[in-house]
Design a binder for this molecule. Structure first.
Ligand SMILES: NC(=O)c1ccc[n+]([C@@H]2O[C@H](COP(=O)([O-])OP(=O)(O)OC[C@H]3O[C@@H](n4cnc5c(N)ncnc54)[C@H](O)[C@@H]3O)[C@@H](O)[C@H]2O)c1
Length: 343
């Protein structure tokens, strides 16, 4: 999709989530208008859009606006409560926009064991609904689908290129993989203009305390020990959320139609590395704040995506915020907000 000087309007699904909030802000700063569609589940919050709403003209609605409002250039951000499974409403919005970046999903691996059906509904039926809305109401417009590196499953050695077979090993990643399969088929059969990204673990300010980094901050700031599952040597790649959303926009603007791009930082950290760094950043002794328990069933030891393709696309724009610098920014945000640990 070529970048043009006219102000384009992009639909962002899941825009009130952690990554979505950062993406909406980055799009607005780059001169786009944004229609943020979100169901506002436990994971969605206007707080994630606070920075964007402070700077840019916005309107919040709980039902479909008239088409002229969707196109009103004086309103830069429209936030609308909408389930991505509501294909009719989605289609009406997409018909008025220039493209869609699809992030809406159920995302917490632990929750996926308690309510698998919720994950199927959001991550499989929801992707199908987005594809149907694009196919019927927005043919020829670009869709960015946000997947995850977890679809490759455990990668004990080396790196998964985008061409690798997918082997998801938990409910969350299985539903994301189903979404990816639908994306692949629709792209070919209906000739849709879709690009996909598969990010590694993202972290940053305003993140809910459900993933390892924000969960550790929340626990330690509330004087609670951090539970380490198994030996704590599970390894993940970590990417700062602001870098990730910039890469998503680059792929949306310049990625090759039908292609998948791993957003992998190669910044590998074990659970122990992460918890130790956070404890030290808060002036605590790591050994005082860790409690070891049995490992989770099916816990993947390592994820690792090959990032050759995204680096080639970005060239000199491939720049990563150093892990320590990003963690310090996150610590300051958590010290200020002190979010409660989640169940
Ligand atoms: N955070 C990460 O580390 C990470 C890593 C790789 C991939 N991803 C992917 O990035 C995307 C965003 O992740 P996140 O961390 O911001 O998730 P999040 O859980 O913080 O936000 C998800 C958002 O989707 C919304 N949502 C859920 N179901 C919906 C539905 N049916 N209709 C409309 N909105 C709905 C929620 O209200 C929430 O605002 C997801 O697709 C996720 O799989 C995230």
């Amino acid at each position: 999709m070529a970048r043009s000087r006219t102000m384009k309007t992009i639909t962002v699904t899941g825009g009130a989530g952690f990554v979505g909030g950062h993406l909406v802000e980055a799009l607005l700063r780059r001169g786009y208008r944004v229609v943020c569609l979100d169901l506002f589940t436990y994971a969605g919050s206007l707080d994630h859009l606070a920075a964007a709403r402070e700077v840019f003209s916005h309107r919040t609605v709980d039902r479909l606006l008239r088409p002229q409002t969707l196109r009103d250039p004086s309103v830069r951000l429209i936030v609308m409560r909408c389930d991505i499974n509501d294909t009719a409403t989605l289609a009406q919005v997409l018909a008025q926009c220039d493209g869609c970046m699809a992030l809406a999903a159920e995302t917490h691996v632990d929750f996926s064991y308690h309510a698998p059906g919720t994950f199927v509904r959001a991550n499989v039926n929801g992707v199908h609904s987005v594809l149907e809305a694009m196919r019927t109401a927005a043919p020829g417009k670009r869709l960015l689908h946000v997947s995850t590196d977890e679809v490759y499953g455990e990668v004990l050695h080396g790196f998964s290129p985008e061409s690798a077979a997918i082997h998801p090993r938990n409910v969350y990643s299985a539903t994301k993989a189903c979404g990816d399969l639908l994306i692949g088929i629709y792209t070919k059969v209906f000739d849709l203009d879709v690009v996909t990204v598969r990010p590694c673990n993202l972290f940053g300010p305003r993140q809910q305390p459900k993933d390892l980094i924000p969960k550790t901050f929340a626990h330690l700031l509330h004087g609670k020990p951090m539970t380490i599952h198994g030996d704590g040597r599970h390894v993940r790649e970590y990417l700062f959320v602001r870098d990730a959303v910039n890469f998503m926009i680059e792929v949306f603007e310049r990625g090759r139609r039908g292609e998948i791009y791993n957003l992998s930082s190669h910044e590998f950290k074990s659970t122990l590395d992460v918890v130790r760094s956070i404890a030290r950043s808060l002036g605590l002794r790591p050994t005082d704040v860790m409690t070891f328990v049995e490992d989770r069933p099916n816990a993947d030891r390592r994820y690792a995506g090959d990032n050759t393709k995204i680096k080639k696309l970005l060239g000199r724009r491939w720049k990563l915020t150093p892990f320590a610098e990003a963690l310090t920014e996150m610590r300051d945000d958590f010290v200020l907000r002190r979010p409660e640990p989640m169940l």
